[in-house]
Write a protein that binds this ligand. Structure first.
Ligand SMILES: Cc1ncc(COP(=O)(O)O)c(C=O)c1O
Length: 408
């Protein structure tokens, strides 16, 4: 790898030169524990011959999550998509109820509502934080779809809190349920309080590409005893107890193998987050002089997992649009990519069912064109980051020439 070898645009891989990196640098975390540790922790699974369904490792993992979040309950589930769907199903909402939700999010946030028979009311986001605020949500309560709105589902995108206090006040004023997709926010805090403690419940993801990973996995965290009991009941597929009624059963169980992986990932979590933070700052420092790039910063003073390195590319100031920059980086084996494009309001089936939102979310549309994720995680070294930053600076310096070359 030698970024200095890019002396002229023709040296770029997209124009026929040699790629900067021999192997692809992935965008996700890829925090894999050492085999010996995994072998040790999973031996007990084989000895006990108990693989699934809330075994001892899953119970231990839940206890550790409760300690991390400081919540009364942390109910592990197969993944966050299932967790969001189950939470939507058992929170007292009825099929046909409408839920305010940002369109700038992963498909699972909205699909979970659909799975539970709920109807999304798409909300725009704040241009600086990328999250829903009371200001972006409130007008919907007076809009044409306001009649059956019964809930707000906020998303703590990139691990940063959406406007929790104002959304809470809005929800109380209108008698709405408030709950959160906290898939990105494991281990993060808002005003010093861990996520997991806000709204009726918060749903986390332990997907392989996230800072805390159990290969696949998720959890519904809550301080509400009855809600937790409902989650435990619906996730078990046969109903755990008859103590609380649930509308249908599902299977959202968390296996012992997932728990084994998750427990190791929890051990490594502080170190992984600290390394993520160093990577983030290395990128931000390396590119601070480049016009047209804005990094999404963590809120000052908060604990953060820095699981994503997210920036916005302003075509006018940078000289190339996000997609062209991503194409150039991808050719160099740097997995840079856009996120959540198009917004959910423009994705089928929603764009056809709810055409009223297609042109109603200008900030979401703008972010879908500008947001980019850069590689972070275990295998990304300081040297890689220095190389990527040098490459991006080079691209900016030759933007005009490159723009013409890419169009040719
Ligand atoms: C905002 C958001 N919500 C939900 C999910 C779904 O998580 P999972 O893959 O654990 O189902 C993701 C996945 O990355 C996500 O980004």
């Amino acid at each position: 790898m030698n970024a200095k070898s890019k002396c002229k645009p023709a040296d770029l891989a997209i124009l026929g030169g040699e790629a900067l990196f021999a192997q692809k640098l992935p965008a996700g975390q890829v925090n894999i524990p050492e085999w010996e540790r995994f072998e040790k922790i999973s031996t007990g699974i084989f000895e006990r011959k108990y693989y699934s369904n809330h075994g001892p490792l899953a119970q231990e993992f839940e206890e550790r999550l409760i300690a991390l979040f400081g919540t009364k309950h942390a109910c592990t589930v197969t993944n966050a998509t299932i967790g969001l769907a189950l939470a939507s199903k058992i929170s007292g909402l009825k099929p046909g109820d409408r839920v305010i939700v940002p369109a700038f999010t992963f498909a699972a946030t909205v699909q979970a509502l659909t799975w539970a028979g709920l109807i999304p009311v798409f909300c725009d986001v704040d241009p600086l934080t990328h999250t829903m605020t009371a200001q972006t949500a409130a007008p919907l309560l007076n809009g044409p779809d306001s009649r059956e709105i019964r809930a707000i589902l906020g998303v703590h995108l990139w691990g940063n809190a959406c406007d929790i206090e104002s959304l809470d006040a809005l929800a109380r004023e209108h008698g709405l349920l408030l709950f959160f997709d906290a898939a990105h926010a494991v281990g993060c805090t808002h005003k010093g309080i861990s996520f997991g403690n806000f709204g009726a419940c918060e749903v986390f993801s332990f997907h392989a590409a996230h800072a805390l990973n159990s290969t696949e996995g998720g959890c519904v965290a809550t301080n509400d005893d009855e809600l937790a009991e409902r989650v435990r009941n619906i996730r078990s597929s046969y109903g755990r107890h008859a103590t609380v009624p649930i509308p249908v059963n599902a299977n959202g169980r968390f296996s012992e193998m997932q728990a084994a992986f998750g427990l190791l990932s929890l051990e490594d979590f502080p170190e992984n987050c600290a390394r993520n933070a160093r990577r983030f700052h290395a990128y931000a420092d390396g590119l601070k002089a480049v016009p047209g790039l804005r990094f999404l910063q963590a809120s000052p003073g908060e604990r953060h997992n820095h699981q994503y390195v997210i920036l916005e590319v302003d075509e006018k100031d940078f000289g190339l649009c996000r997609d062209d920059l991503a194409r150039i980086l991808n050719a160099e084996n740097v997995s840079a990519r856009g996120h959540f494009m198009p917004g959910m309001h423009r994705c089928p089936p929603y764009r056809d069912r709810f055409p009223q939102y297609v042109h109603a979310l200008p900030v979401t549309d703008r972010l879908c064109e500008r947001v980019m994720q850069l590689p972070s995680g275990q295998i990304v070294t300081d040297e890689h980051i220095a190389g990527i930053c040098a490459l991006v600076r080079f691209v900016h310096e030759h933007a005009e020439e490159l723009s013409k070359a890419l169009q040719a």
